[in-house]
Design a protein around this ligand. Structure first.
Ligand code: ADP
Length: 476
């Protein structure tokens, strides 16, 4: 609108100018032509009239146009957020405008000073926060390394440099930086690509002296929202060499202990069998033995030898297992077949078997897995005491996802037996541990081996009702 008005003003000014020029031109012509006064009069009158018509409105409008910016200034000054007292003191309009604008300028200056003060304080705070986080990073007892989305180190604190055996590190690519800890480099690469989190993993890093150090590492993606839209990676490293060595020493001691228990169990089994065989042999030596007694002694001896041989075979299966031959296996089918194999035992034990839940396919060695499931089901049926009122074995299948996003198939075998004594819970997986008069104690050790050979676990606990619960966990 103001631009349009400006154009109209310009056009009018031009028009007035042109008209005045035309009048001047006409007057000059009239003055130069030799005409009588009477002849000049109408021309002069017309020029006078035209000049009057154009000039009067122009003279009336001109002050308005000239004063328009001033009026706008006054209007703006009235609207300006300035204290009323400042206005009240003004003597006339121009003074009022002047005072208003002086006041506005003063306020603006005050605001500018306030802004400068605030921004200085913000900068000071940012610097303090930065110093604080730098101090925190530097004084952390664990190693800390951060990489940007291109895999270049943005932070490497002193413990990290010591653990990784590097110098500066900042700005370097993660591959050369982590060349002494390949496992960690792989995790960082994968995390940069997929954002996968690695929690409390263990890697080895070679030190300058060539000694391998064991590092506990957590590799976490840095939220892209906080890293300017692209994903970075944060690594936290701790030296766990001593802890790992202690743990392994303990495991070796435990192995030796279980080896001791295992040998004692094996010796016990052999001693029992030898005593029985000795008895039968003495019986057979007796010349006065009739044919029936001889027949009984011979079949007893043979049965004992067969039992011993079975035990040795189971033990060898445990001690020298064949590597698993993996194939797609339907757990549900395997369980149904195992149940069919054990139908007679379940009938004898008057136990009902119920299989329910989800059983997805797994990659497994079918024969090995079948042996493990048969052991669990057989034990469950045998664990139910003769006088128990409730005689049930429940098998429940389910799928579970762990923190790392991996799926696991869980097979839980529960019975209504008397459960497992607290002190036996850790020992039942040791070969030859048995609480049964005719047990060999090899079944659970073998099942446990099958689970670990498949990358899974087998654990035991007691149910709320007091029965035993075995949980076989296999990768889905
Ligand atoms: P065995 O059955 O020959 O004793 P296992 O290795 O199969 O050998 O079992 C070892 C021991 O674990 C058993 O003697 C028993 O004490 C305990 N056990 C196994 N399954 C169960 C169960 N379902 N309930 C209670 N105890 C069990």
């Amino acid at each position: 609108m103001p631009r349009y008005e400006n154009r109209v003003q310009l056009a009018l000014a031009l028009l007035v100018g042109v008209l005045l020029l035309a009048n001047l031109f006409t007057l000059t012509l009239v003055a130069l032509t030799p005409a009588t006064r009477a002849a000049r009069a109408p021309v002069l009158f017309t020029v006078f009239l035209l000049t009057l018509v154009v000039s009067v409105p122009s003279i009336l409008l001109l002050p308005r146009w000239l004063l328009r910016p001033y009026r706008q200034l006054v209007d703006e000054a009235e609207r300006a957020p300035v204290e009323a007292s400042a206005r009240g003191r003004a003597r006339d309009e121009s003074e009022f405008v002047l005072e208003t604008f002086q006041e506005v300028v003063a306020q603006l200056r005050a605001k500018q000073r306030e802004l400068e003060r605030l921004s200085a304080r913000a900068a000071e705070r940012a610097a303090t926060a930065e110093q604080f986080s730098e101090r925190v990073v530097a004084s952390l007892p664990s190693g800390l390394v951060a990489f940007n989305s291109e895999g270049r180190a943005t932070v490497v604190n002193a413990p990290a440099r010591a653990l990784l055996g590097i110098g500066g590190g900042s700005g370097e690519d993660f591959r050369p930086l982590l060349s002494r800890a390949h496992g960690l480099a792989e995790m960082v690469e994968h995390c940069l690509k997929t954002g996968e989190l690695y929690r409390r993993e263990e890697v080895t890093a070679k030190s300058d002296s060539g000694r391998a150090r064991r590092l506990g590492v957590t590799v976490a993606p840095i939220d892209p929202a906080q890293a300017g839209g692209s994903r970075g990676v944060l690594c936290m490293l701790t030296d766990i060499t001593e802890v790992a060595e202690l743990r392994e020493a303990l495991a070796r001691r435990r192995n030796l202990e279980s080896l001791g228990e295992m040998s004692a169990g094996l010796a016990h089994e052999f001693k029992n069998s030898l005593a029985t065989l000795h008895g039968y042999a003495q019986l057979l030596q007796n010349a006065g033995l009739d044919a029936r007694a001889r027949e009984t002694a011979t079949s007893g001896l043979l049965a004992e030898v067969r039992g011993l041989s079975e035990m040795v075979t189971s033990f060898l299966n445990f001690a020298r297992p064949n590597p698993p031959d993996f194939a797609d296996v339907s757990l549900r089918e395997l369980l149904d077949n195992s149940a069919a194999d054990l139908r007679q035992l379940f009938e004898e034990r008057r136990a009902a078997l119920a299989v329910e839940g989800e059983f997805p396919g797994v990659r497994a060695d079918e024969a090995m897995l079948r042996r493990a499931l048969l052991n669990l089901l057989r034990n469950a049926a045998e664990a139910i005491p003769d006088d128990a009122a409730e005689r049930r074995v429940n098998v429940r299948g389910s799928v579970e996802r762990d923190d790392a996003g991996r799926d696991w198939v869980l097979v839980e075998v529960e019975d209504t037996g008397a459960g497992i004594a607290e002190e036996d819970l850790q020992r039942i997986f040791i070969p030859f541990f048995t609480t049964k008069s005719k047990g060999h104690g090899v079944g659970l050790a073998l099942s446990h081996r099958v689970a670990t050979d498949h990358g899974g676990t087998l654990s035991a606990s007691n149910t709320a009702d007091g029965g035993a619960r075995f949980t076989l966990r296999l990768p889905a």
